[in-house]
Design a protein around this ligand. Structure first.
Ligand code: ADP
Ligand code: MG
Length: 253
């Protein structure tokens, strides 16, 4: 599904990603754990093709195609979905119209219908957001948690092949985290889907069964393993891994 090799990227003159290798197959759930500022969100943005970041080395292949040639909208249309950590407000466009337009960009033949509206209302209600939110201007005056729920509703509406959820659970109350977990499990019930999840919260990891866990630090994946890495980080934190990587880098230099 997604194959990233030796990815290097920078923002202006600052190198952020320094050689990321990551392969995500259908049906896999990859969790990225790492300290703030280590480059996790940048990874998602570079996969999506955010032009603020310059990709300096490496390749990103999605479903067998080189993303290099794709605009961000084409990357989304190809089936890659990335949530914003701070989703923007879209004045004058209701949640319903926004998501309908997005869906139509995916599927030009998609027609608005009672069913679409009903399905979306249900998705929002499942996420503990009153159904009338579908008629509100997108994200205008929404709380942080409400915006995250709209991101989840976008994912469910667009039904991408690979979703990168970036701290979807931050600022969310415990009951809603359970709901988000349930929504993610519903998405993953189709075994052809794959997920990359960045989180700092144990609560969401109780809801989702990762197949792969990666410790991300200083722009690279420092260690990969299974669920046992979650417990290791919960107990020992990131410092040990980051220090070890520093030592290694010094040796190489
Ligand atoms: P993480 O998501 O792991 O917390 P980020 O990918 O957001 O980390 O950021 C990695 C580093 O790159 C940070 O030091 C951050 O300040 C910097 N950075 C990323 N994007 C920008 C940007 N648009 N403007 C300025 N600095 C940025
Ligand atoms: Mg981040």
């Amino acid at each position: 599904m997604l194959e990233i090799k030796n990815l290097h990227a920078q923002f202006e003159d600052t190198k952020i990603l320094k050689g990321v290798d990551l392969t995500v197959n259908p049906g896999e759930v990859h969790v990225l754990l790492g300290p703030n500022g280590s480059g996790k969100s940048t990874l998602g943005r570079v996969i999506l093709g955010d032009e603020k970041y310059e990709k300096t080395e490496g390749t990103i292949n999605f479903k067998g195609e080189d993303f290099e040639e794709f605009e961000p909208s084409e990357r989304a249309q190809a089936g890659f979905f990335f949530t914003f950590q701070s989703p923007p407000e879209i004045d004058g466009v209701s949640v319903k119209d926004f998501l309908f337009a997005a869906k139509k960009a995916f599927e030009p033949d998609f027609a608005s219908s009672f069913k679409f509206k009903k399905g979306l209302t249900q998705t929002l209600e499942d996420l503990r957001l009153p159904g009338e939110f579908i008629d509100r201007e997108t994200n205008l005056g929404f709380s942080g948690g409400e915006r995250k729920k709209i991101e989840m509703a976008s994912m469910m509406t667009l039904n991408p092949d690979c979703a990168f959820l970036d701290e979807i659970d931050s600022g969310i109350d415990i009951d809603t985290i359970k709901q988000i977990g349930k929504t993610i499990r519903e998405f993953l019930s189709d075994k052809s889907k794959s997920l990359i999840l960045v989180t700092h919260s144990d609560k969401l990891l109780e809801e989702i069964e990762p197949t792969h866990v990666h410790i991300f630090g200083q722009g690279v994946i420092l260690k990969s393993g299974g669920k046992e890495l979650v417990a290791e980080i919960q107990e020992g934190g990131f410092d040990k891994h980051v220090k070890k990587a520093n030592t290694k880098l010094n040796v190489v230099n």
